[in-house]
Design a protein around this ligand. Sequence first.
Ligand code: GAR
Length: 192
Amino acid sequence: MEKLTGLKKIKTAVFISGVGSNLKNIIKFSKLKKSPISIDLVVSNTNLAKGLKYADQFKIKKKIFNSKNFIETEKIILILLRKEKIKFICLAGFMKILSKGFIKKFDGKIINIHPSLLPKYKGLNTHSRAIKNKDIFAGCTVHYVTEKLDSGKVVMQKKIKIAASDNSISLSKKILKQEHKLYPAAIMKIFN
Ligand code: GAR
């Protein structure tokens, strides 16, 4: 990944679908002097995403796509990304699968956070699957996005112990807390 030159931060878009706690966390991180990125665009595939409020709160441009035809939507998103000079994309609870064509246009420039110790538990319901399998550890992973779901090269991972008393809700809360530390650390790792 390119090194930072001068004071310019790398223009970044965050894609969300839901609550947006990672979005809020990344925005706050991006405001720090040490952050290599600035958040210049928030993209959501639904107007129900609660996290959209953070775009308003921090006065960041937002774009909502509700279209059923996601391939057409992706073309419009690509035009927007070009217009806004976006060079990096962070997926943060974005629940749509990006097409091969889209990913190719941003090859090596899209990262995602996933609530499991990948390659374990790709896809959904990661916490309940870890508990059901009586795993000792759970965690979260920041990885590059490739055309294969949750399969790109790992940037960083955080492992935590599953307590005997944990259920999927308590575990997801614990892991989310770790996600908020891991995502900024992974961004720092990529650009430094
Ligand atoms: C996070 O736990 C994130 O890891 C997960 O969705 C949650 C979003 O929370 N992402 C995925 O499951 C992607 N496969 P947030 O909206 O509060 O950031």
